[in-house]
Design a binder for this molecule. Structure first.
Ligand SMILES: [Cu+2]
Length: 596
C-alpha cells in the first residue's frame, strides 16, 4: 500500500462482505436494501439452476438485478411525489446505454461522447474495472449518444478508440485503454484525452494522447506523453493549449508524476480549425512541476489567465502561469484535511469570466463548501450533508446543481464493493441565487465512483456512470447494454413557454465584439448566457464555465450581444448560447465558437 493512498483503494482491497442478494431482495422492502447484510443472506439463489449462465451471473443473478432496480424505481417514485416539478424539477427518463460512461463529453454536434472500459466482472461485489489486468482485456470502449435519437440501441454509435500495442510486455493489441485518463476541449471543439491504464501494479499510467473529432466521430492518436499518467487532470488554458498535470506514472500506483505537459508542444499552434484534427502531434514538458501527492487535482483557468490547481490535500494548492511556466503556492484550504473525489466549480462572475472557485464534496463528514477568491479561502454555505463522488453543474441561470455521490470509492455506506447503498446520496441539491442549498428530487440509481452528468443544449441534464451500480441494477445483463442514463429536467423546464434563440452566426466570433443573434421571442429575453460544455470524470470537470453576455442592442427579432472581453475570460472554443427570460427560463441553446 502506497503512503499516498488512504487505505480505501478498491484496486488493492478485497470486499469485506460477500453476500448473495436474491434472498434479501425477495423481502421486497426498502429496509432490505439499506440494512447491512451478512453472509447468512446467501440462501436460495434462483440463478444457480441455470447451466447456461456464466459463473459470475450465478453469483449475482439477473433476478437480483431486476428486483433491486424495481425497488429503486419504486422508492424514487414514492419519495419524489412530494416535489413540485415547477419548483424542484423532476427526473423524467431512465434507459439503458452501451457504455459505463466513466468519462463523458458534451460535443458541439449535440451528441454526447461516453467512454470507459471493458469490465472484467459481472458481479458488482468484485472490482469491475480491468485496473490490474495486464494484456488485451485491459481495453477501452467508447460510444456517442445522440439525444435527438432518444433511447434504444439505435441512438448510440460505437466509436472505439484506436487499436494500440501497449508496452506491457504482452504484445497484445487492444482498443486503447484510455480509462481514468484526463480530458478537456481543444479550441477547435475536439476532445483531447491524455493518459490511461497500462495494467498491473495497482494502476499504472499509460502515455496515451488521443483526440476525438466530433464531426467525423473518429479518434486521432498523438505522440506519447513523456510520462505515464493514470488519473491526471487536463485543463485548457486561455491560449487554447491543454495543460496536463499529475497522474500515477508508468511505474505504478503510488508514483504520481510531478511533470507538467502541454498539448500541443510550443511553439506549435493550438488547433483552431474544426475541420482539421491533429495527428501525431507532440506534447511539451513545462519547466516547472506540479508535485501533487494525490492525483486528479481540480484545475481551472480563471479570468487572470492563470491556472489554479486545487489538490485533494489541503496544503497542495498552487497557481500556475502558462506564460512563463511558473508555480506559486496558495494558502492551505482551511478544512485542513483530505478531500477525496469531490466536485469543484469555477463560479459565475457576470460578463468577466470566473475569478473564484467553489470546492464542494470530497469529505463525507464535512458538508461545508469552500470558496477560493481574492487570493484567500472563505468557508461558504454548507450542503445538507457531506458526500464524495458528486458532480456539481452550473445551470444556465447560474444556479448550481449537485447530483450523484457516495460514501467513498466503491463504497455506498455499507462497505467496499457492497452495492447496498445509503440512499440519502440519491438526493440532488440545488444552490439558488441567494447562495443557500436545498435538497431536491432523488435520482433512481445511486451513483458514486465514476459517475458523471452533463447539461444538454436543450437544458436537460444527463446523469450516467458508475459501473458498479449499473452492473448491480442492469435490467438485462445479457443485452450488451451495460450502462444506464437518467434524465433530469430542472425546474426551468416546467415554467411554460421558453424564449427562443433562432439564429447564431455560422463562423467563429472574436472577443470583445458584437454578436448578432436572432430570436422569435424578443420580448421574452432578459439575459444571454454562454455555458461551456462539460467533459468530466472522477468528479473533475475543468471545462464548465458560465458567462453572462451584455445585451447591447435590440431591433425587432435581432439582439446584439457583446462577446467576452478576452480569452482569459473564456478560452477559445465552442460554447452553448442560451437566451433567458426574467425568471431564468432558458431557450434551447445554439453553439457559438469563440476564436482569437
Ligand atoms: Cu477511475
Amino acid at each position: 500500500m502506497s503512503p499516498t493512498r488512504s487505505g480505501t483503494s478498491p484496486r488493492t482491497r478485497r470486499p469485506a462482505v460477500r453476500a448473495t442478494w436474491g434472498a434479501v431482495l425477495a423481502l421486497g422492502t426498502t429496509a432490505a436494501l439499506t440494512a447491512p447484510l451478512t453472509a447468512a443472506s446467501a440462501a436460495s439463489d434462483p440463478g444457480t439452476g441455470d447451466r447456461d449462465v456464466r459463473a459470475v451471473q450465478t453469483e449475482y443473478p439477473q433476478t437480483t438485478r431486476t428486483l433491486r432496480l424495481k425497488m429503486l424505481t419504486e422508492t424514487q417514485a414514492k419519495d419524489n411525489a412530494k416535489f413540485d416539478p415547477a419548483q424542484f424539477g423532476k427526473f423524467a427518463d431512465y434507459f439503458s446505454s452501451p457504455d459505463f460512461a466513466a468519462h463523458v463529453a458534451m460535443l458541439p454536434t449535440g451528441k454526447v461522447l461516453l467512454f470507459s472500459f471493458e469490465s472484467v466482472e459481472d458481479n458488482p461485489q468484485k472490482e469491475p474495472a480491468p485496473t490490474d489486468v495486464i494484456g488485451s482485456r485491459n481495453a477501452g470502449t467508447a460510444y456517442v449518444w445522440d439525444p435527438a435519437a432518444g433511447e434504444g440501441p439505435a441512438a448510440f454509435k460505437a466509436v472505439p478508440p484506436p487499436i494500440v500495442d501497449m508496452p506491457d510486455g504482452t504484445n497484445q493489441p487492444r482498443p486503447a485503454p484510455f480509462f481514468c485518463a484526463g480530458h478537456s476541449y481543444l479550441p477547435n471543439g475536439m476532445v483531447g484525452v491524455f493518459g490511461g491504464n497500462l495494467g498491473g501494479n495497482g494502476g499504472t499510467g499509460a502515455k496515451l494522447a488521443l483526440v476525438f473529432d466530433p464531426w467525423t466521430e473518429t479518434w486521432h492518436q498523438q505522440q506519447d506523453l513523456s510520462v505515464g499518467r493514470w488519473y491526471p487532470t487536463v485543463v485548457t488554458d486561455a491560449e487554447g493549449r491543454q495543460v496536463i498535470m499529475s497522474g500515477q506514472s508508468e511505474l505504478g500506483w503510488g508514483t504520481p508524476t510531478p511533470v507538467i505537459e502541454e498539448f500541443p508542444a510550443r511553439p506549435g499552434a493550438v488547433p483552431l480549425n474544426p475541420r482539421k484534427a491533429p495527428d501525431g502531434v507532440a506534447s511539451g514538458v513545462w519547466k516547472s512541476e506540479a508535485p501533487y501527492r494525490m492525483d486528479y487535482p481540480h484545475l481551472f483557468s480563471l479570468n487572470d489567465g492563470k491556472i489554479y490547481g486545487f489538490g485533494r490535500d489541503a496544503d497542495q494548492e498552487w497557481r500556475f502561469d502558462p506564460a512563463d511556466q511558473t508555480r506559486t503556492q496558495l494558502p492551505d484550504r482551511p478544512d485542513g484535511g483530505l478531500r477525496n473525489y469531490g466536485s469543484a466549480v469555477a463560479l459565475p462572475n457576470g460578463t468577466q469570466g470566473p475569478d473564484s472557485v467553489l470546492i464542494l464534496g470530497g469529505n463525507r463528514n464535512d458538508p461545508n463548501t469552500y470558496r477560493f477568491s481574492g487570493g484567500a479561502w472563505h468557508k461558504d454555505t454548507p450542503r445538507a450533508f457531506g458526500r464524495t463522488q458528486d458532480d456539481t453543474l452550473i445551470l444556465p441561470d447560474g444556479t448550481l446543481f449537485t447530483v450523484n455521490g457516495s460514501y467513498d470509492i466503491r463504497n455506498y455506506g455499507n462497505g467496499d464493493l457492497n452495492p447496498n447503498a445509503d440512499l440519502k446520496y440519491r438526493q440532488t441539491e440545488t444552490r439558488g441565487a441567494d447562495g443557500t442549498w436545498r435538497l431536491g428530487p432523488e435520482q433512481r440509481l445511486p451513483r458514486g465512483y465514476h459517475s458523471n452528468a452533463v447539461i444538454l443544449p436543450d437544458g436537460r441534464i444527463m446523469v450516467t456512470g458508475d459501473e458498479l451500480q449499473q452492473i448491480a441494477n442492469n435490467p438485462d445483463i445479457k443485452s450488451g447494454l451495460n450502462g444506464t442514463i437518467e434524465i433530469y429536467e430542472p425546474a426551468y423546464l416546467h415554467q411554460g413557454a421558453r424564449p427562443v434563440l433562432s439564429k447564431v452566426p455560422a463562423g467563429a466570433v472574436g472577443y470583445d465584439a458584437a454578436l448578432t443573434v436572432g430570436t422569435t421571442t424578443p420580448g421574452q429575453v432578459s439575459r444571454a448566457v454562454l455555458l461551456a460544455p462539460i467533459t468530466s470524470t472522477h468528479a473533475v470537470d475543468t471545462s464548465q464555465r458560465h458567462l453572462d453576455l451584455q445585451i447591447t442592442g435590440r431591433s425587432g427579432n435581432q439582439l446584439t450581444l457583446k462577446t467576452p472581453p478576452s480569452a482569459n475570460a473564456a478560452p477559445p472554443g465552442y460554447y452553448m448560447l442560451f437566451l433567458l427570460d426574467d425568471k431564468g427560463v432558458p431557450s434551447v441553446a445554439k453553439w457559438v465558437r469563440l476564436a482569437p
